[in-house]
Design a protein around this ligand. Structure first.
Ligand code: 4AD
Length: 435
């Protein structure tokens, strides 16, 4: 924090009415006439308006105010004035004003900039109001994720980032050299959680995940954060309930703790309140295909949903919807077949409404050794690389289930951001890795 020693931050000012304080931070904007200047000071905890009256400060301070440029580092002393008309209910009436470091030609001005320009200046773009709000929501959601699992007695299992084999298909692997052998950046911690669930029962991981997706959409990142629970003896119906409880817990937390940020982002709270007020909609894959066909979409049983299909399904229900029972052939090798129809897999996707699409993917896992081996062969995966994963089925196998939720997609939905790139501090996108 940028406070002076023993001084309140801007966020704490409301408790210091009438006191004289000293603040340090950056000049976000301002205007001045011949006699009075208004300066927006940001210190990281918030923004406060500083009122500088020419008669009340030294000549030197007045000259400093007049010459101060956007994003200069400044120090202000002044009286805390509680005033309902001021944003945040507080204003500072300056007694002194100093420019500590002057900034020249700050690239991001109050005028509109194109996204490409802003992305090139992501390191500075972070200072903008909407970006700060989104990153605070992200931070709150991360804490809520940890709290949810901690409160329910899960053990955190940090899965490795460097891995010897694929988890979610071989087409999106980032390959790297591991002392002469290939290694891959992790696509999911799932395979490492399954053995840990036999050790600790209820486990989860939460960390960066990598997909070399040649997708340039508003939902795809090359590096994103995924939270994945895995639970011993949890079967498919319980998995669906867990996923719903989890997502609703996170929404409620955002409603409870991010009110100011939602306001800055102009997020319609009543929609979010509706998503926690009743259970999510549920439909099978087959029903969802029929629904889409009924809407005139050209999609066949066995096809994957495209982004526009997910949007239509989400719009149809107007709330989050859980899609279950997918054709086994289109899903990952590890998914448990449905007992009544083994062409179907006990997989679960949660589609967020408002066009945000899939935020959760999960399944019950195959726990039969021979069936899993067959699937590894059918998917042409290297048997040697999966011996350890098969061991989980050799030694005390057990039914188990889990899911993964992409943090950035969830946060984008909460913030109603157009693109996931604004929900992670430094997005990694197709062919873009600067800064
Ligand atoms: O559906 P996915 O691929 O599931 C898995 O990786 C499972 N192994 C998880 C598990 O069962 N433990 O990915 C899960 C979620 C998606 O629903 C989406 O939210 C997010 O991860 N996701 C992405 N987010 C941003 N950019 C991408 N390229 C993403 N790919 C997946």
């Amino acid at each position: 924090m940028t406070t002076e020693p023993n001084q309140p931050t801007i966020r704490q000012l409301a408790g210091h009415g009438g006191e004289t304080v000293q603040l340090r931070g950056w000049l976000e904007g301002g205007r001045s006439s011949g006699k009075i200047a208004f300066v927006q000071l940001r210190d990281g905890s918030g923004v406060v308006q500083v009122v500088v009256s020419r008669k009340e400060v030294s000549e030197q301070a007045w000259e400093a105010v007049k010459g101060a440029t956007q994003e200069s580092t400044i120090r202000v002393s002044g009286r805390v004035n509680l005033d309902d008309r001021a944003p945040g209910g507080v204003e500072i009436h300056a007694t002194d004003f100093e420019v500590l470091y002057a900034t020249e030609d700050y690239p991001i001005t109050p005028k509109e900039h194109g996204v490409a320009f802003l992305m090139e200046h992501r390191h500075l773009w972070l200072r903008s109001r909407r970006q700060r709000a989104a990153l605070r929501v992200r931070s709150e959601v991360c804490q809520a994720i940890r709290d949810f699992y901690y409160e329910r007695d899960y053990t955190l299992i940090d899965s490795p980032i460097l891995t010897p084999a694929a988890c979610e298909g071989t087409s999106t692997l980032f390959e790297t050299d591991y002392f002469g052998d290939p290694a891959f950046l992790s696509q999911s911690g799932q395979l490492y959680l399954e053995p840990a669930a036999a050790a600790l029962g209820k486990v989860y991981c939460f960390g960066p995940t990598f997909r070399a997706e040649k997708s340039k959409t508003r939902r795809h990142l090359m590096e994103f954060w995924m939270v994945e629970p895995e639970v011993a003896f949890l079967e498919f119906p319980g998995l669906c309930d867990l996923a719903q409880e989890f997502v609703q817990y996170l929404i409620q937390r955002v409603l409870d703790r991010c009110a100011t940020d939602l306001e800055i982002l102009e997020r319609d709270r009543s929609l979010l309140e509706g998503y926690v007020a009743e259970p999510f909609a549920r439909t099978t894959y087959t029903e969802a295909i029929e629904l889409l066909q009924g809407m005139g979409q050209s999609i066949e049983w066995g096809d994957d949903f495209g982004a526009e299909h997910e949007t239509l399904v989400g719009e149809h229900y107007g709330r989050p919807v859980m899609i279950t029972h997918f054709p086994a052939a289109m899903k990952a090798f590890y998914m448990q077949p449905d007992a009544d129809d083994d062409t179907l897999a006990l997989g679960l996707d949660i589609i967020a409404p408002e066009g945000y699409g899939e935020i959760v993917g999960g399944s019950q896992r195959i726990h039969d050794h021979d069936l899993l081996l067959r699937r590894i062969d059918e998917h042409e995966l290297p048997r040697e690389a999966f011996q350890w994963y098969l061991d989980v089925r050799r030694y005390g196998t057990y039914p188990h289930s889990g899911f993964g939720m992409g943090l950035e997609r969830f946060v984008a939905w909460m913030c109603r951001m157009d693109h996931v790139r604004e929900t992670i501090p430094y997005p990694r996108m197709l062919n873009k890795i600067y800064p």
